[in-house]
Structures are given as structure tokens and as C-alpha cells.
Design a protein around this ligand. Structure first.
Ligand code: NAD
Length: 264
């Protein structure tokens, strides 16, 4: 028996990084998983990787192409899981950090709007349709996990203002939903990852050693985090092992936000 045995889970942004690693761990813990992403081709490759890594597991594994900033698509994604008996866990993880995102002066308004539409409105739609689904299917002991970031907690001198604002909003909305729905048995928590070895950041850093060092120096461990390290925390948040953990910001950052200076 896995920690998520029989749980019906939706993971957004499942084609890469944290979402893919989490989908794999969810399946290994006995869940049924709907992997959702806006990128259909990447989702197809992700599905082959999942099948290769997890092999034969009892749970269902399906994919769903969904742009989380479009409510009708999010509603259809969550509804898809009704045929499995209804949603138990949603990991609202899809997000972008746009290359043109900058400081207050230089961030284009269109980039601001795009970022809020995906990173904030997308999380709201995921939460909204999760609540509707939990009620429709008479669920208790459900878990919603929303991906924020450490930049929602600490200021960054390397600006990405639209992204930072969006992740602050994720913390605030998650906290409030946790309180509003606590007596229905629905838990809501945020995950705050540190900079990671995933395409979202690594493609953006590229070969620029100075840009890379500017970030690495803040880690007590001297390295970026790995997606799997986030995924392990998400499994705990999704499972009933965290049954009394609600409205919290789980910071998985190798101590980065606790450091004053780091070892040489
Ligand atoms: P990633 O780029 O590897 O994965 C993000 C996935 O989201 C991609 O597969 C992408 O196609 C998908 N996506 C983008 N827009 C979408 C949309 N409109 N609808 C549905 N899917 C969409 O990145 P990752 O590092 O795994 O990021 C996952 C989450 O973690 C994001 O919310 C990100 O902001 C957050 N995060 C990442 C880091 C980091 O350093 N990588 C740090 C802190 C927080």
C-alpha cells in the first residue's frame, strides 16, 4: 500500500521539472494520475518517460492538454477525473517566468498580464474547480498544493517583478482558501521551491557563468535544488501523513532563505 493508494490526482505543468517528478512519485505511491500541461508534445514525451520509469503500477496514468489560464479547459481537466470517482488531490504547479520579465520600469505590461494569467489565475481556476469537484463527489480529506516560490518570501536583486508578484499572490490565496474550506475537510498548502535545476531556470541562465554564480552563492549547500527534492515534499503534502498541516508555506530551499552568509 502506497501513501496515495487509490487517490485520484491531477498535476498541472506535468510535462517537465517538478510536475513530472511529482507525477512519477504519485504513481509509485499508488495514485491514479492525470498529467496536464499546455504543451502536448512535451506531455507525450513525459508520458513515455513515466511509463519507462514506473513500469507496471496499479494506478491509471492519463494525459490532458490544458492551458490553466483558460477556465473552460481547467473545468474539463478536473471533470475528466469524475470518471475515476472524483478528484482527491490537485497539484497546481504550472507556471512561467518570462525572459522579458524585469523590474518596475522595464517589465512590459503584456508580460505582466501573461504572467498573472498563468501563475495566479491558473491557480485560482485549479482551486475553484477542485472545490466544485470535491463537493460534487462528496470528498473529505482532500489536498490542494499550489506552487509558489522563495521569491514570494525574500526580495531578489535580480528582478522578475511580474513573477515575484504572482507567487506572492499564490501564497495569499492559498492561505485564505485553507481557512475558508477547513471545515469541509479540504487542505490547501503552498510549496516554495528555491532556484532549481529545471528548464524553467536553467534555459534562462544558459552559459552565463556570472549570472549562475550570482544565484549559487546564496545556497548553503552551494548548489541549486533538484525537482525530485520538491516532489518528495509534495507527496507528503498530498498524503494523509500531513493531515493536520493546512494553510502553510512549505519552503524547500536547502536553507537558502535562512542563510546570512554562506560557507566559503
Ligand atoms: P518547467 O518549465 O520545467 O515546467 C513548467 C511546466 O508548466 C512546463 O511543462 C510548461 O509547459 C507548463 N506550462 C506553462 N504554461 C502553462 C499553462 N498556461 N498551462 C499549463 N501548463 C503550462 O518548470 P518547473 O521548474 O518544474 O516549474 C514548476 C513550478 O515551479 C512553476 O510554477 C515555477 O514557477 C515554480 N518554481 C520553479 C523554480 C525553478 O527554479 N525552476 C523555483 C521556484 C518555483
Amino acid at each position: 500500500m502506497g501513501r496515495l493508494s487509490g487517490k485520484n490526482c491531477v498535476v498541472t505543468g506535468a510535462a517537465g521539472g517538478i510536475g513530472l517528478e511529482t507525477s512519477i512519485l504519485f504513481l509509485q505511491e499508488g495514485a491514479n494520475v492525470l498529467l496536464a500541461d499546455v504543451n502536448g508534445d512535451a506531455l507525450a514525451s513525459a508520458l513515455s518517460k513515466v511509463k519507462q520509469v514506473v513500469g507496471q503500477v496499479p494506478g491509471k496514468t492519463e494525459t490532458f492538454v490544458c492551458d490553466v489560464s483558460k477556465e473552460d479547459q481547467v473545468a474539463a481537466m478536473v471533470k475528466h477525473v469524475d470518471a475515476w470517482g472524483g478528484l482527491d488531490v490537485i497539484f497546481n504547479n504550472a507556471g512561467i517566468m518570462h525572459a522579458k520579465d524585469d523590474d518596475a520600469v522595464n517589465t512590459p505590461e503584456a508580460i505582466w498580464d501573461l504572467t498573472q494569467n498563468i501563475n495566479v489565475k491558473g491557480v485560482w481556476f485549479g482551486c475553484k474547480h477542485a472545490v466544485l469537484s470535491f463537493r460534487r463527489n462528496n470528498k473529505k480529506n482532500t489536498s490542494v498544493i499550489n506552487t509558489a516560490s522563495v521569491v514570494a518570501l525574500v526580495g531578489s536583486a535580480t528582478p522578475q517583478l511580474a513573477y515575484t508578484a504572482s507567487k506572492g499572490a499564490v501564497l495569499a490565496l492559498t492561505r485564505e482558501l485553507a481557512i475558508v474550506h477547513a471545515r469541509e475537510g479540504y487542505r490547501f498548502n503552498s510549496l516554495c521551491p528555491a532556484p532549481l535545476n529545471t528548464p524553467l531556470l536553467q534555459d534562462w541562465l544558459g552559459d552565463d557563468k556570472a549570472k549562475r554564480h550570482r544565484r549559487e552563492v546564496h545556497f548553503p549547500t552551494g548548489r541549486f535544488g533538484e525537482a525530485i527534492e520538491q516532489a518528495r515534499a509534495v507527496v507528503w503534502l498530498a498524503s494523509e501523513d500531513s493531515g493536520f498541516y493546512n494553510g502553510q508555506e512549505m519552503v524547500v530551499d536547502g536553507g537558502m532563505t535562512r542563510a546570512y552568509v554562506t560557507p566559503e
